[in-house]
Design a protein. Structure first.
Length: 254
C-alpha cells in the first residue's frame, strides 16, 4: 500500500506547507466563513457566484480522470500528516477547521496526541458555540489518531461524548487523546477538549481492529454500490484482485 508522505514527529508537518492545493482550500474557507458569518450585499454575492460558476467547469476540465490517490498514514510520522485531506485537520480540504495535531509524551511515558483548534462560525450550533455534531466529529478523528500513534488502529464501534460545558467558537481549544487498552479486537481510547484549562467535552471511543481482508471486503462492497467512484487506482487494483498481496474481497469475514 502507498503510504502518505509524512515529516518526522519533531519536524514541521509536510501537509501544512505552502502548496497550490492548500492555497486553494484556504481561499475557499475564507469564502465559506464570510458567507456564513457575515452579512454580504446581494450584488456582491451574485458577482462572486458568477465567478465561482465559471471556475467550476474549468477545474473539472483540468482534473485528471478518476479519484485523487489516497495514501495510508505512517504511524511513526507526524500526526498532522496522517490524513492530508481530513475534514477536521486537512489543510488541503476546504471543509476543514483546520485543526493542528502533534505527538507528545505523557508523564507515564505513553505517546499521546495533543492538538489545537479554533473553530470558525461555519460550524456554529447554539449561539457562539461549536455544533455538538462537529465536537463528535473532532473527537472521532482525535481518538483515531491516538490509536494510530500507539499502534492500535481500528474503526469506530461506539463513540460516547459527554458535553460538560458549551464549547466556544473563535477561540483556541486544547485537545488531548490517549490509547487506554486493547482487549482482543476491541480498543478503548479517551480524549478531552478544553478551553482555558477547563474541560468542555470528553469522549470515550470503543474501536474495532479490522483485519485487512475484512477491510478490503468493506471497500469492495461500498465501491460496488456507487460504480467504483470512491476508489483510487491503487484501491481498485486490490478490489479487482490485480494487486500482488494475496488479499481477496471474498476472504472477508462478516
Amino acid at each position: 500500500m502507498t503510504m502518505t508522505p509524512a515529516a518526522g514527529r519533531d519536524e514541521e508537518p509536510l501537509s501544512v506547507r505552502p502548496s497550490p492545493q492548500n492555497r486553494f482550500a484556504a481561499a475557499i474557507r475564507v469564502l465559506t466563513n464570510v458567507s456564513v458569518g457575515r452579512l454580504v450585499a446581494d450584488e456582491a454575492l451574485n458577482r462572486a457566484a458568477q465567478v465561482l460558476e465559471e471556475l467550476a467547469p474549468m477545474l473539472e476540465a483540468a482534473a485528471a480522470p478518476g479519484r485523487r490517490p489516497r495514501g495510508h498514514p505512517i504511524a511513526e510520522g507526524h500526526p498532522q500528516d496522517y490524513f492530508w485531506t481530513s475534514p477536521m485537520a486537512g489543510h488541503a480540504n476546504p471543509l476543514s477547521v483546520p485543526v493542528r495535531y502533534w505527538a507528545d509524551t505523557a508523564d507515564d511515558g505513553q505517546l499521546i496526541i495533543r492538538g489545537l483548534a479554533n473553530v470558525p462560525l461555519a460550524y456554529e450550533g447554539p449561539p457562539t458555540c461549536v455544533h455538538g455534531g462537529v465536537v463528535s466529529l473532532l473527537f472521532d478523528e482525535l481518538l483515531g489518531n491516538a490509536n494510530i500513534i500507539s499502534g492500535h488502529a481500528g474503526m469506530t464501534g461506539t463513540l460516547t461524548v459527554r458535553y460538560e460545558k458549551p464549547t466556544p467558537l473563535l477561540t483556541d481549544l486544547d485537545l488531548e487523546a490517549r490509547f487506554i487498552v486493547q482487549q482482543g479486537r476491541k480498543i478503548t481510547t479517551v480524549a478531552t477538549i478544553s478551553h482555558g484549562g477547563v474541560v468542555t467535552a470528553r469522549a470515550e471511543g470503543l474501536f474495532i481492529e479490522v483485519p485487512p481482508a475484512q477491510m478490503l471486503g468493506i471497500v469492495a462492497n461500498n465501491a460496488a454500490n456507487v460504480g467504483g467512484a470512491v476508489l483510487d487506482a491503487e484501491l481498485a487494483s486490490y478490489v479487482e484482485g490485480r494487486a500482488e498481496n494475496g488479499l481477496r474481497p471474498e476472504d472477508a469475514e462478516g
